[in-house]
Design a protein around this ligand. Structure first.
Ligand code: FMN
Ligand code: MN
Length: 473
Protein backbone atom coordinates (compact mmCIF):
# COMPACT_ATOMS: atom_id res chain seq x y z
CA UNK A 1 0.00 0.00 0.00
CA UNK A 2 1.45 3.34 -0.99
CA UNK A 3 -1.51 5.60 -1.57
CA UNK A 4 -4.98 6.54 -0.39
CA UNK A 5 -6.66 4.61 -3.18
CA UNK A 6 -5.19 1.30 -2.17
CA UNK A 7 -6.16 1.99 1.46
CA UNK A 8 -9.75 2.71 0.37
CA UNK A 9 -9.79 -0.50 -1.70
CA UNK A 10 -8.52 -2.51 1.30
CA UNK A 11 -11.19 -0.98 3.55
CA UNK A 12 -13.83 -1.92 0.98
CA UNK A 13 -12.51 -5.48 0.81
CA UNK A 14 -12.93 -5.79 4.58
CA UNK A 15 -16.46 -4.31 4.54
CA UNK A 16 -15.12 -1.13 6.16
CA UNK A 17 -16.18 1.46 3.60
CA UNK A 18 -19.55 2.97 2.71
CA UNK A 19 -19.94 5.11 -0.37
CA UNK A 20 -22.50 7.91 -0.19
CA UNK A 21 -23.71 8.84 -3.66
CA UNK A 22 -26.51 11.29 -2.86
CA UNK A 23 -25.64 14.99 -2.93
CA UNK A 24 -24.26 16.27 0.38
CA UNK A 25 -23.47 19.87 1.34
CA UNK A 26 -19.88 20.62 2.35
CA UNK A 27 -21.34 23.20 4.73
CA UNK A 28 -21.87 21.22 7.99
CA UNK A 29 -23.98 18.47 6.44
CA UNK A 30 -20.98 16.34 5.44
CA UNK A 31 -19.28 16.66 8.85
CA UNK A 32 -22.49 15.94 10.73
CA UNK A 33 -23.29 12.83 8.69
CA UNK A 34 -19.74 11.63 9.36
CA UNK A 35 -20.05 12.36 13.09
CA UNK A 36 -23.35 10.54 13.48
CA UNK A 37 -21.90 7.60 11.57
CA UNK A 38 -18.74 7.57 13.68
CA UNK A 39 -20.69 7.61 16.92
CA UNK A 40 -22.69 4.63 15.67
CA UNK A 41 -19.42 2.75 15.10
CA UNK A 42 -19.81 2.97 11.32
CA UNK A 43 -17.40 2.46 8.42
CA UNK A 44 -15.17 4.95 6.70
CA UNK A 45 -17.25 7.13 4.37
CA UNK A 46 -16.57 8.20 0.82
CA UNK A 47 -18.81 11.12 -0.17
CA UNK A 48 -18.96 10.93 -3.96
CA UNK A 49 -21.22 13.90 -4.57
CA UNK A 50 -20.33 16.97 -2.59
CA UNK A 51 -22.56 19.82 -3.73
CA UNK A 52 -20.82 21.88 -6.39
CA UNK A 53 -17.80 19.58 -6.66
CA UNK A 54 -16.72 16.52 -8.58
CA UNK A 55 -13.95 15.59 -6.12
CA UNK A 56 -14.94 12.95 -3.54
CA UNK A 57 -14.24 13.31 0.20
CA UNK A 58 -13.07 10.53 2.52
CA UNK A 59 -13.91 10.79 6.25
CA UNK A 60 -13.82 8.59 9.34
CA UNK A 61 -10.79 6.64 8.14
CA UNK A 62 -9.57 5.72 11.62
CA UNK A 63 -12.53 5.66 13.96
CA UNK A 64 -12.16 1.92 14.51
CA UNK A 65 -8.93 -0.02 15.25
CA UNK A 66 -9.52 -2.33 12.28
CA UNK A 67 -8.93 0.49 9.80
CA UNK A 68 -5.82 1.53 11.69
CA UNK A 69 -4.64 -2.04 11.24
CA UNK A 70 -5.38 -1.93 7.51
CA UNK A 71 -3.29 1.26 7.16
CA UNK A 72 -0.42 -0.37 9.02
CA UNK A 73 -0.65 -3.60 7.02
CA UNK A 74 -1.40 -5.57 10.21
CA UNK A 75 -4.19 -8.11 10.91
CA UNK A 76 -7.53 -6.22 11.21
CA UNK A 77 -8.44 -7.88 14.54
CA UNK A 78 -5.45 -6.40 16.42
CA UNK A 79 -6.16 -4.10 19.36
CA UNK A 80 -4.81 -0.55 19.48
CA UNK A 81 -2.18 -1.53 22.06
CA UNK A 82 -1.06 -4.46 19.91
CA UNK A 83 -0.81 -2.25 16.82
CA UNK A 84 1.22 0.29 18.78
CA UNK A 85 3.54 -2.48 19.96
CA UNK A 86 4.13 -3.65 16.38
CA UNK A 87 4.86 -0.01 15.47
CA UNK A 88 7.32 0.26 18.35
CA UNK A 89 9.09 -2.96 17.35
CA UNK A 90 9.53 -1.75 13.76
CA UNK A 91 10.36 1.88 14.56
CA UNK A 92 13.11 0.97 17.03
CA UNK A 93 14.87 -1.12 14.38
CA UNK A 94 16.64 0.40 11.42
CA UNK A 95 15.08 3.49 9.85
CA UNK A 96 14.65 3.39 6.07
CA UNK A 97 15.31 6.64 4.17
CA UNK A 98 13.13 7.50 1.17
CA UNK A 99 14.18 6.85 -2.41
CA UNK A 100 14.13 9.67 -4.90
CA UNK A 101 12.18 9.05 -8.09
CA UNK A 102 11.89 11.34 -11.11
CA UNK A 103 8.16 11.26 -11.64
CA UNK A 104 4.94 10.06 -10.09
CA UNK A 105 1.17 10.37 -10.25
CA UNK A 106 1.23 13.55 -8.14
CA UNK A 107 2.66 15.35 -11.20
CA UNK A 108 -0.37 14.44 -13.35
CA UNK A 109 -1.86 17.92 -12.84
CA UNK A 110 0.03 21.12 -12.11
CA UNK A 111 -1.88 24.29 -11.33
CA UNK A 112 0.11 27.46 -10.76
CA UNK A 113 0.01 31.24 -10.61
CA UNK A 114 -3.39 32.84 -11.15
CA UNK A 115 -5.06 29.47 -11.57
CA UNK A 116 -4.41 28.48 -7.94
CA UNK A 117 -7.77 28.34 -6.16
CA UNK A 118 -8.22 26.51 -2.87
CA UNK A 119 -11.99 26.66 -3.37
CA UNK A 120 -11.55 24.18 -6.23
CA UNK A 121 -11.51 21.54 -3.49
CA UNK A 122 -14.56 20.37 -1.50
CA UNK A 123 -13.28 21.79 1.77
CA UNK A 124 -15.79 21.13 4.57
CA UNK A 125 -17.13 23.61 7.09
CA UNK A 126 -17.29 21.39 10.15
CA UNK A 127 -19.00 23.02 13.16
CA UNK A 128 -21.22 26.06 13.70
CA UNK A 129 -18.68 28.26 15.49
CA UNK A 130 -15.65 27.42 13.33
CA UNK A 131 -13.75 30.40 11.96
CA UNK A 132 -13.97 29.12 8.39
CA UNK A 133 -13.54 26.08 6.16
CA UNK A 134 -10.63 23.85 7.20
CA UNK A 135 -8.69 22.41 4.28
CA UNK A 136 -6.07 20.74 6.45
CA UNK A 137 -7.37 18.19 8.95
CA UNK A 138 -5.96 15.03 7.37
CA UNK A 139 -2.83 16.85 6.28
CA UNK A 140 0.86 17.17 6.93
CA UNK A 141 3.27 19.95 6.15
CA UNK A 142 6.70 19.25 4.68
CA UNK A 143 9.51 21.62 5.59
CA UNK A 144 13.30 21.50 5.57
CA UNK A 145 15.84 22.76 8.10
CA UNK A 146 17.97 25.29 6.15
CA UNK A 147 21.07 24.40 8.21
CA UNK A 148 21.09 20.61 8.44
CA UNK A 149 18.79 19.68 5.54
CA UNK A 150 16.60 17.69 7.98
CA UNK A 151 13.19 17.11 6.38
CA UNK A 152 10.21 17.28 8.74
CA UNK A 153 6.61 16.16 8.30
CA UNK A 154 4.14 17.60 10.82
CA UNK A 155 0.36 17.77 10.98
CA UNK A 156 -0.93 21.27 11.77
CA UNK A 157 -4.52 22.31 11.11
CA UNK A 158 -5.10 24.58 8.12
CA UNK A 159 -7.94 27.04 7.61
CA UNK A 160 -8.77 28.53 4.21
CA UNK A 161 -8.47 32.32 4.29
CA UNK A 162 -9.00 32.93 0.58
CA UNK A 163 -8.35 31.21 -2.74
CA UNK A 164 -4.57 31.32 -2.33
CA UNK A 165 -3.88 31.47 1.40
CA UNK A 166 -4.50 29.08 4.27
CA UNK A 167 -3.56 29.36 7.94
CA UNK A 168 -1.13 26.89 9.52
CA UNK A 169 -1.39 26.40 13.26
CA UNK A 170 2.12 25.37 14.28
CA UNK A 171 2.11 25.42 18.06
CA UNK A 172 5.30 26.79 19.65
CA UNK A 173 8.09 24.24 19.76
CA UNK A 174 6.63 21.97 17.08
CA UNK A 175 9.28 21.04 14.55
CA UNK A 176 7.66 23.11 11.80
CA UNK A 177 7.75 26.08 14.15
CA UNK A 178 11.39 25.50 15.14
CA UNK A 179 12.36 25.37 11.46
CA UNK A 180 10.30 28.49 10.71
CA UNK A 181 12.28 30.38 13.42
CA UNK A 182 15.47 29.64 11.46
CA UNK A 183 14.04 31.21 8.32
CA UNK A 184 12.92 34.17 10.43
CA UNK A 185 16.48 34.72 11.63
CA UNK A 186 17.71 34.59 8.06
CA UNK A 187 14.93 37.04 7.07
CA UNK A 188 13.71 34.52 4.51
CA UNK A 189 10.38 32.92 3.74
CA UNK A 190 10.07 29.19 4.45
CA UNK A 191 9.23 26.89 1.52
CA UNK A 192 6.51 24.46 2.59
CA UNK A 193 4.25 21.84 1.02
CA UNK A 194 0.97 20.63 2.51
CA UNK A 195 -0.07 17.10 1.57
CA UNK A 196 -3.74 16.13 1.63
CA UNK A 197 -4.45 12.48 0.90
CA UNK A 198 -1.93 9.78 0.12
CA UNK A 199 -0.41 6.85 1.96
CA UNK A 200 -2.29 6.97 5.29
CA UNK A 201 0.86 5.93 7.11
CA UNK A 202 2.56 9.18 6.10
CA UNK A 203 -0.26 11.09 7.77
CA UNK A 204 -0.15 8.83 10.87
CA UNK A 205 3.58 9.39 11.25
CA UNK A 206 3.33 13.08 10.32
CA UNK A 207 1.14 13.56 13.39
CA UNK A 208 3.42 11.50 15.68
CA UNK A 209 5.79 12.76 18.35
CA UNK A 210 8.90 11.70 16.44
CA UNK A 211 12.07 13.16 18.02
CA UNK A 212 13.74 16.35 16.82
CA UNK A 213 16.04 15.96 13.78
CA UNK A 214 14.42 12.64 12.78
CA UNK A 215 12.89 12.52 9.30
CA UNK A 216 9.34 11.12 9.42
CA UNK A 217 9.84 9.60 5.92
CA UNK A 218 12.52 7.35 7.43
CA UNK A 219 10.10 6.15 10.11
CA UNK A 220 7.40 5.35 7.53
CA UNK A 221 10.04 3.40 5.58
CA UNK A 222 10.78 1.36 8.72
CA UNK A 223 7.08 0.72 9.40
CA UNK A 224 6.35 -0.32 5.81
CA UNK A 225 9.61 -2.22 5.43
CA UNK A 226 10.00 -0.30 2.18
CA UNK A 227 11.41 3.11 1.32
CA UNK A 228 8.87 5.85 0.61
CA UNK A 229 9.05 7.15 -2.96
CA UNK A 230 9.57 10.88 -3.07
CA UNK A 231 10.33 13.28 -5.86
CA UNK A 232 12.32 16.45 -5.49
CA UNK A 233 10.07 19.35 -6.35
CA UNK A 234 11.42 21.56 -9.12
CA UNK A 235 9.46 24.36 -7.48
CA UNK A 236 10.21 24.25 -3.74
CA UNK A 237 13.08 21.77 -3.66
CA UNK A 238 11.13 19.78 -1.05
CA UNK A 239 10.75 16.00 -1.12
CA UNK A 240 7.14 15.25 -2.05
CA UNK A 241 5.50 11.82 -1.80
CA UNK A 242 5.07 10.72 -5.40
CA UNK A 243 1.67 9.05 -4.78
CA UNK A 244 -0.07 11.83 -2.84
CA UNK A 245 -3.52 12.98 -3.94
CA UNK A 246 -3.13 16.74 -3.49
CA UNK A 247 -0.09 18.90 -2.63
CA UNK A 248 -0.23 22.64 -1.91
CA UNK A 249 3.20 24.17 -2.46
CA UNK A 250 4.20 27.62 -1.40
CA UNK A 251 5.89 29.58 1.31
CA UNK A 252 5.29 30.83 4.83
CA UNK A 253 6.41 34.31 5.84
CA UNK A 254 7.46 34.05 9.52
CA UNK A 255 6.42 37.66 10.12
CA UNK A 256 3.05 37.81 8.41
CA UNK A 257 -0.16 36.79 10.19
CA UNK A 258 -3.88 36.41 9.59
CA UNK A 259 -6.46 35.67 12.29
CA UNK A 260 -7.12 31.95 12.45
CA UNK A 261 -9.75 29.86 14.30
CA UNK A 262 -11.65 29.00 16.28
CA UNK A 263 -12.05 25.34 15.40
CA UNK A 264 -14.17 22.66 17.08
CA UNK A 265 -11.29 20.52 18.29
CA UNK A 266 -10.82 16.83 19.12
CA UNK A 267 -11.12 17.48 22.87
CA UNK A 268 -14.79 18.18 22.30
CA UNK A 269 -14.30 21.94 22.79
CA UNK A 270 -13.63 24.86 20.50
CA UNK A 271 -10.16 26.34 20.48
CA UNK A 272 -10.08 29.98 21.68
CA UNK A 273 -10.76 33.29 20.01
CA UNK A 274 -9.36 34.01 16.53
CA UNK A 275 -5.60 34.51 16.90
CA UNK A 276 -3.04 35.89 14.41
CA UNK A 277 -1.17 32.96 12.89
CA UNK A 278 1.18 32.40 10.00
CA UNK A 279 -0.23 31.10 6.73
CA UNK A 280 0.79 29.21 3.63
CA UNK A 281 0.88 31.36 0.54
CA UNK A 282 -0.01 28.74 -2.05
CA UNK A 283 1.89 29.21 -5.30
CA UNK A 284 1.31 25.87 -6.96
CA UNK A 285 -1.08 22.94 -6.57
CA UNK A 286 -0.23 19.43 -7.68
CA UNK A 287 -2.85 16.72 -7.84
CA UNK A 288 -3.49 13.31 -9.28
CA UNK A 289 -6.13 12.71 -11.91
CA UNK A 290 -9.48 12.38 -10.12
CA UNK A 291 -8.01 13.33 -6.76
CA UNK A 292 -9.59 12.24 -3.48
CA UNK A 293 -9.86 14.81 -0.69
CA UNK A 294 -9.38 13.49 2.87
CA UNK A 295 -10.82 15.05 6.03
CA UNK A 296 -10.90 14.21 9.74
CA UNK A 297 -14.13 15.21 11.42
CA UNK A 298 -13.23 16.17 14.97
CA UNK A 299 -15.35 17.69 17.76
CA UNK A 300 -16.83 15.43 20.43
CA UNK A 301 -14.68 12.34 21.16
CA UNK A 302 -14.16 9.62 20.08
CA UNK A 303 -13.01 10.87 16.69
CA UNK A 304 -10.25 10.26 14.15
CA UNK A 305 -7.79 12.44 16.04
CA UNK A 306 -8.33 10.73 19.43
CA UNK A 307 -7.74 7.39 17.69
CA UNK A 308 -4.74 8.59 15.67
CA UNK A 309 -3.07 10.09 18.71
CA UNK A 310 -3.86 7.07 20.87
CA UNK A 311 -2.09 4.87 18.35
CA UNK A 312 0.86 7.04 17.42
CA UNK A 313 1.53 8.40 20.91
CA UNK A 314 1.33 4.95 22.48
CA UNK A 315 3.79 3.84 19.81
CA UNK A 316 6.15 6.80 20.22
CA UNK A 317 6.05 6.66 24.03
CA UNK A 318 6.78 2.95 23.93
CA UNK A 319 9.59 3.52 21.40
CA UNK A 320 11.10 6.21 23.63
CA UNK A 321 10.99 3.92 26.71
CA UNK A 322 12.51 1.11 24.65
CA UNK A 323 15.31 3.44 23.51
CA UNK A 324 15.98 4.35 27.17
CA UNK A 325 16.55 0.63 27.83
CA UNK A 326 14.58 0.57 31.06
CA UNK A 327 14.00 -3.09 31.97
CA UNK A 328 10.62 -4.63 32.70
CA UNK A 329 8.28 -2.51 30.55
CA UNK A 330 5.50 -4.91 29.50
CA UNK A 331 2.87 -2.74 27.86
CA UNK A 332 2.01 0.88 27.25
CA UNK A 333 -1.28 2.57 26.43
CA UNK A 334 -2.57 6.09 25.86
CA UNK A 335 -6.33 5.61 25.57
CA UNK A 336 -8.36 7.31 22.85
CA UNK A 337 -10.82 8.42 25.54
CA UNK A 338 -8.06 10.58 27.04
CA UNK A 339 -8.29 12.48 23.74
CA UNK A 340 -5.40 10.23 22.77
CA UNK A 341 -2.91 12.29 24.79
CA UNK A 342 -3.73 13.25 28.37
CA UNK A 343 -3.27 9.95 30.27
CA UNK A 344 -0.83 7.08 29.89
CA UNK A 345 -0.75 3.65 31.53
CA UNK A 346 2.40 1.53 31.68
CA UNK A 347 2.62 -2.03 32.93
CA UNK A 348 5.96 -2.98 34.45
CA UNK A 349 7.52 -6.08 35.95
CA UNK A 350 9.17 -4.70 39.08
CA UNK A 351 12.77 -5.85 39.45
CA UNK A 352 14.16 -3.57 42.18
CA UNK A 353 13.01 -0.95 44.71
CA UNK A 354 11.85 2.26 43.07
CA UNK A 355 11.59 0.64 39.65
CA UNK A 356 7.92 1.48 39.06
CA UNK A 357 8.46 5.16 39.92
CA UNK A 358 11.55 5.19 37.66
CA UNK A 359 9.23 4.22 34.82
CA UNK A 360 6.75 6.94 35.84
CA UNK A 361 9.38 9.67 35.82
CA UNK A 362 10.85 8.30 32.58
CA UNK A 363 7.44 8.58 30.87
CA UNK A 364 7.11 12.28 31.59
CA UNK A 365 10.64 12.90 30.30
CA UNK A 366 10.15 11.32 26.89
CA UNK A 367 9.37 13.33 23.76
CA UNK A 368 5.77 12.12 23.95
CA UNK A 369 5.26 12.34 27.72
CA UNK A 370 6.78 15.77 28.14
CA UNK A 371 4.02 17.45 26.16
CA UNK A 372 0.42 17.83 27.27
CA UNK A 373 0.32 14.63 29.33
CA UNK A 374 -1.40 15.02 32.71
CA UNK A 375 -1.16 11.64 34.30
CA UNK A 376 0.76 8.39 34.24
CA UNK A 377 -0.52 5.28 35.97
CA UNK A 378 2.00 2.50 36.54
CA UNK A 379 0.58 -0.99 37.05
CA UNK A 380 2.20 -4.36 37.73
CA UNK A 381 2.85 -6.85 34.98
CA UNK A 382 -0.19 -9.04 35.76
CA UNK A 383 -2.29 -6.25 34.25
CA UNK A 384 -2.24 -5.12 30.63
CA UNK A 385 -1.95 -1.36 30.22
CA UNK A 386 -5.09 -1.29 28.07
CA UNK A 387 -7.28 -3.24 30.52
CA UNK A 388 -9.03 -0.28 32.14
CA UNK A 389 -11.14 -2.37 34.60
CA UNK A 390 -7.99 -3.98 35.95
CA UNK A 391 -6.17 -0.65 36.05
CA UNK A 392 -8.95 0.71 38.26
CA UNK A 393 -8.75 -2.41 40.44
CA UNK A 394 -5.05 -1.84 40.74
CA UNK A 395 -5.62 1.78 41.80
CA UNK A 396 -7.98 0.42 44.42
CA UNK A 397 -5.87 -2.32 45.98
CA UNK A 398 -2.20 -1.37 45.36
CA UNK A 399 -2.29 2.40 45.53
CA UNK A 400 -2.11 4.74 48.51
CA UNK A 401 -2.54 8.34 47.35
CA UNK A 402 -0.03 9.87 49.75
CA UNK A 403 2.70 7.26 49.28
CA UNK A 404 2.13 6.46 45.63
CA UNK A 405 1.65 9.90 44.07
CA UNK A 406 4.09 12.48 42.78
CA UNK A 407 2.98 15.79 41.34
CA UNK A 408 5.15 17.73 38.93
CA UNK A 409 4.13 21.36 39.05
CA UNK A 410 5.27 22.68 35.70
CA UNK A 411 5.17 20.77 32.44
CA UNK A 412 4.79 21.79 28.80
CA UNK A 413 1.16 21.96 27.85
CA UNK A 414 -1.12 22.43 24.88
CA UNK A 415 -3.26 25.42 24.04
CA UNK A 416 -6.05 22.94 23.32
CA UNK A 417 -6.46 21.75 26.93
CA UNK A 418 -9.90 23.03 27.97
CA UNK A 419 -9.24 22.32 31.67
CA UNK A 420 -6.76 25.22 31.78
CA UNK A 421 -7.75 28.91 31.78
CA UNK A 422 -7.86 30.12 28.19
CA UNK A 423 -5.10 32.72 28.68
CA UNK A 424 -2.61 30.43 30.45
CA UNK A 425 -2.40 27.13 28.68
CA UNK A 426 1.37 26.95 28.23
CA UNK A 427 2.01 25.03 31.45
CA UNK A 428 0.22 22.13 33.14
CA UNK A 429 0.97 20.00 36.20
CA UNK A 430 1.39 16.26 35.93
CA UNK A 431 0.61 13.39 38.27
CA UNK A 432 2.40 10.06 38.51
CA UNK A 433 0.29 7.37 40.15
CA UNK A 434 2.22 4.27 41.11
CA UNK A 435 -0.38 1.52 41.42
CA UNK A 436 2.20 -1.16 42.28
CA UNK A 437 2.75 -2.82 45.64
CA UNK A 438 6.18 -1.55 46.76
CA UNK A 439 8.88 -3.98 45.65
CA UNK A 440 10.77 -3.70 48.93
CA UNK A 441 7.88 -4.65 51.21
CA UNK A 442 8.79 -7.73 53.25
CA UNK A 443 5.16 -8.61 53.93
CA UNK A 444 3.27 -8.29 50.71
CA UNK A 445 -0.50 -8.90 50.61
CA UNK A 446 -1.28 -12.45 49.54
CA UNK A 447 -3.18 -12.65 46.24
CA UNK A 448 -6.00 -15.18 46.02
CA UNK A 449 -4.88 -17.61 43.34
CA UNK A 450 -6.89 -20.58 42.15
CA UNK A 451 -5.49 -23.90 43.32
CA UNK A 452 -3.85 -25.78 40.41
CA UNK A 453 -4.63 -29.30 41.75
CA UNK A 454 -8.27 -28.46 42.22
CA UNK A 455 -8.42 -26.91 38.77
CA UNK A 456 -6.96 -30.09 37.31
CA UNK A 457 -9.64 -32.17 39.08
CA UNK A 458 -12.35 -29.91 37.67
CA UNK A 459 -10.91 -30.18 34.19
CA UNK A 460 -11.06 -33.98 34.44
CA UNK A 461 -14.73 -33.98 35.40
CA UNK A 462 -15.69 -31.07 33.18
CA UNK A 463 -18.22 -33.07 31.15
CA UNK A 464 -20.40 -34.06 34.11
CA UNK A 465 -20.70 -30.40 35.10
CA UNK A 466 -22.63 -29.92 31.83
CA UNK A 467 -21.84 -26.21 31.57
CA UNK A 468 -22.12 -26.32 27.80
CA UNK A 469 -18.77 -24.72 26.91
CA UNK A 470 -15.13 -25.74 26.78
CA UNK A 471 -12.91 -25.05 29.84
CA UNK A 472 -10.74 -21.99 29.37
CA UNK A 473 -8.16 -22.58 32.13
C1 FMN B 1 -5.51 15.56 12.85
C2 FMN B 1 -4.48 16.21 13.71
C3 FMN B 1 -4.44 17.60 13.79
C4 FMN B 1 -3.42 18.23 14.50
N1 FMN B 1 -3.40 19.60 14.52
C5 FMN B 1 -2.37 20.24 15.09
C6 FMN B 1 -2.28 21.67 15.03
O1 FMN B 1 -3.16 22.35 14.53
N2 FMN B 1 -1.18 22.26 15.55
C7 FMN B 1 -0.17 21.53 16.12
O2 FMN B 1 0.84 22.11 16.54
N3 FMN B 1 -0.27 20.18 16.25
C8 FMN B 1 -1.33 19.52 15.74
N4 FMN B 1 -1.42 18.15 15.83
C9 FMN B 1 -0.38 17.40 16.56
C10 FMN B 1 0.90 17.33 15.75
O3 FMN B 1 0.65 16.75 14.50
C11 FMN B 1 1.96 16.51 16.47
O4 FMN B 1 2.32 17.20 17.64
C12 FMN B 1 3.22 16.24 15.64
O5 FMN B 1 4.21 15.75 16.50
C13 FMN B 1 3.74 17.47 14.93
O6 FMN B 1 4.89 17.14 14.15
P1 FMN B 1 6.33 17.63 14.57
O7 FMN B 1 6.62 16.90 15.87
O8 FMN B 1 7.21 17.20 13.47
O9 FMN B 1 6.24 19.10 14.76
C14 FMN B 1 -2.45 17.48 15.18
C15 FMN B 1 -2.53 16.08 15.13
C16 FMN B 1 -3.54 15.45 14.43
C17 FMN B 1 -3.60 13.96 14.40
MN1 MN C 1 9.00 15.98 13.48
Amino acid sequence: MNDLRSFIRECEKHGQLKTISSVVDWNMELSHIAKVNEEAGGSALLFENVQGYSIPVLTSAFTTPSRMAIALGQPPHYSMARLAKEWMLLATKKLVPPTIVRDGPIMENIVSGDDVNLYDFPVPFFNALDGGRFIGTAVYLITKDPDSGWVNLGTYRMQVHDGKRCGVQMIKGKHGDLILRKYQQRKEKMPAAAVIGGDPLLFLVGSSMIPFQVNEYDVVGALRGKAVEVLESDFSGLHLPSHAEIVLEGEIDPDDFINEGPFGEYTGYYSGEPTPKVFLNVKRILHRNNPIFWACVVGRPINDVCMIQSLNRTASLWSDLEAMKIPGVKSVYIPASSSGRFWAVVSVQQLYPGHSMQVGTAVISTTTGSYGLKGVIIVEDDIAADDWEQVLWSLSVRYDPLRSTQIINRGRSTSLDPSLPIDSRQIVSRIIMDACTPFEWKHKPMPVLLDPDTLERIRNRWDDLQLGYEPKF
